[in-house]
Design a protein around this ligand. Sequence first.
Ligand code: FES
Length: 100
Amino acid sequence: MRFKLPELGSHVTGFAVRFGGKVYAYLNRCAHISLELDWNPGEFFDLSGQYLICATHGAHFQPDTGYCVAGPCHGQMLESVQVKEQEQQIFINLESLTNV
Ligand code: FES
């Protein structure tokens, strides 16, 4: 799921994914260049469903940590957003962001 973050700028977006039964959220911005990741709006996983990918460069990120395991940003992290799931709703905590 992709969402807008107007608090951080008019074009800033984030996304949340479910992986292993848990929800994780990140800024929709690569660790090495300020590009959005999704290859179709709201589509972040590779075909295996095991990694998030950068649509521009094919970099692979662990969905549960945001760690880049392959690609030009290898070893860097996506900016995670603290997220809480409660009664089928997802709440994000923007105060958890460090590099905005
Ligand atoms: S923008 Fe960083 S891997 Fe594509």
